[in-house]
Structures are given as structure tokens and as C-alpha cells.
Design a protein around this ligand. Structure first.
Ligand code: ADP
Length: 251
């Protein structure tokens, strides 16, 4: 199966160094302390954050810092064949690596004995969901007002048809030669997540990392824009409520 044509374009028409369209919205859920929705190509992901709150189970409480707990979950209709509901090896692994990346940026020492709970629901999946999930989760944490060193943008790079490509789709992931999800803080260059499936030469690996870094910078801007939009709207609402308190209450 050919994944890159003679003009260097991929099946969905993208160039090798092009991201899929990404849309990020912050503050989409009323009942969560913070939330975010991410549409990333055909991926649809929602993240909700609760806390810092009392830590359950209690024996996991840490007197020196907050515990960051994450549950990544793919819902039954998120993939072509119905996915069996509930945790599996893959979702346990993804929950763990996302929690570890987030723990690194959150000032957990500010909230001893508490738990910060992050829920990631994959509504629709088309490869790169751990990256979309982590991207959404850090926006949701910021929306919840959890103090953090920085936001965490993430993206997968890989190799298909012997070429290094950015942001693999499901087809490219299935028929490609390598998949390398990564998360970095653009400001400092710190790497918070890096995994790899498949094979690459050192040269290809360096090229892939370079592509990933540049893409993370773009995703980081989208994360910040989403948070700015969220709080710009809030200001207008508050202003209207102040002007017409009666109408605001009736609504
Ligand atoms: P990521 O979503 O982070 O790329 P994987 O590389 O493990 O993680 O998975 C790639 C893609 O394979 C997923 O995004 C999803 O589209 C598909 N997939 C994963 N698990 C299942 C499953 N249990 N059933 C069907 N498709 C799945």
C-alpha cells in the first residue's frame, strides 16, 4: 500500500511535515473544575479535571504532594469495530504515561494529601489519541486553575514509505514503519513523553524529533489561544450579568 504519492503528498493530501487540522476549546463542561475538547483530524477527545480534592483511595495520600491520577478511556464507538468497554493493557499504559507527564508540570507540592484527577475520554479515534489526550488534559488543568510550570503539547511523528512524517493517521500508523509520540515544553525543550514503535535510523530519528519540536510549538500556541478565548468570553458574560442581572438570572 502506497502512503505517499509521487508529489510527496499523503493519502489525506498533507505534506510530510504538515499537521492535521486541530481545534481546541477550553471549558466545555459545567460540572468539572476544568475541561477541554480537542478535535484533531478525525480524533475527538474530551478531558475533564477534578481537584485538587480529597485523595481516594486514602492510602495513596502523600503528605508531601498531590497525587496526579489519570484515566484514559476509549469509548465503545470510538473505533471501527466496537471496542470492549473498560480498561485494558493499552489504556492502563497510556493513563500512566500521561499522568507522569502531567505530574512533571503541576506544582504538586502546593497541595499535599490531595488528588488531582484527570479523565480523558476518546470519543473518536484515528491514531495519535495519547497525544491529543495529553494536549487536551493540560488545557483542562489550566482551565481548572491548577498551578503548572507550563502547558504540555504533544504530537506523534513517524516513518512511512521510508520518509519521516508528522502526525500519523490510523492508516499511516497501521502500514507505516515507525510511530514516535512525543511531548515537550517548547519554552525549555524538556521532553515529557517519548515512546517509539518500529525502526528508524539515527538520522531519521533526529529529523523526526526536529519535526516534532516544531509541531509542538504550533500546538502550544493553539492551547494558549483556546485558554485566551475561554476567558475573553467569560469577561463579556460577567459584564452582561452586571448590566442586566435580572435577564442573566432568568437564563
Ligand atoms: P494512539 O491513539 O496514541 O496513536 P496507538 O498507537 O496504540 O495509540 O493506537 C493507534 C490507533 O489505533 C488508535 O488511535 C485507534 O484509532 C486504533 N486503536 C487502538 N486501540 C484499538 C482497539 N482496541 N480497537 C480498534 N482500534 C484501536
Amino acid at each position: 500500500m502506497r502512503l505517499i504519492d509521487e508529489n510527496g503528498l499523503r493519502i489525506d493530501g498533507r505534506k510530510v511535515d504538515e499537521l492535521r487540522p486541530i481545534r481546541i476549546e477550553a471549558g466545555v463542561l459545567k460540572r468539572a473544575d476544568g475541561s477541554a475538547y480537542v478535535e484533531w483530524g478525525k480524533n475527538k477527545v474530551i478531558a475533564a479535571v477534578y481537584g485538587p480534592r480529597e485523595c481516594h483511595p486514602r492510602h495513596l495520600q502523600d503528605p508531601s504532594k498531590a497525587l496526579v491520577q489519570c484515566r484514559y478511556n476509549m469509548i465503545a464507538f470510538s473505533v471501527m469495530e466496537r471496542k470492549r468497554p473498560g480498561p485494558d493493557r493499552r489504556s492502563v499504559e497510556i493513563s500512566k504515561i500521561i499522568a507522569e507527564a502531567l505530574e512533571y508540570v503541576i506544582f504538586t507540592e502546593y497541595f499535599p494529601r490531595t488528588s488531582i484527577d484527570v479523565y480523558i475520554e476518546i470519543l473518536q479515534a484515528n491514531a495519535g489519541t495519547r497525544c491529543a489526550g495529553l494536549t487536551a488534559a493540560s488545557v483542562a488543568l489550566a482551565d481548572a486553575g491548577v498551578p503548572m510550570k507550563d502547558l504540555v503539547p504533544a504530537v506523534a511523528v513517524g516513518k512511512v514509505d521510508n520518509q519521516v512524517v508528522l502526525d500519523l493517521t490510523k492508516e499511516e500508523d497501521n502500514h507505516g514503519q515507525a510511530d514516535l509520540p512525543m511531548a515537550i515544553i517548547p519554552r525549555t525543550g524538556e521532553v515529557l513523553l517519548m515512546q517509539m514503535d518500529g525502526h528508524m535510523t539515527v538520522e531519521e530519528f533526529n529529523k523526526a524529533i526536529d519535526l516534532g519540536y516544531k509541531a509542538c510549538e504550533k500546538i502550544y500556541q493553539l492551547q494558549k489561544d483556546a485558554l485566551r478565548r475561554r476567558y475573553a468570553v467569560e469577561e463579556i458574560e460577567t459584564f452582561e450579568e452586571a448590566q442586566h442581572p435580572q435577564t442573566a438570572m432568568e437564563e
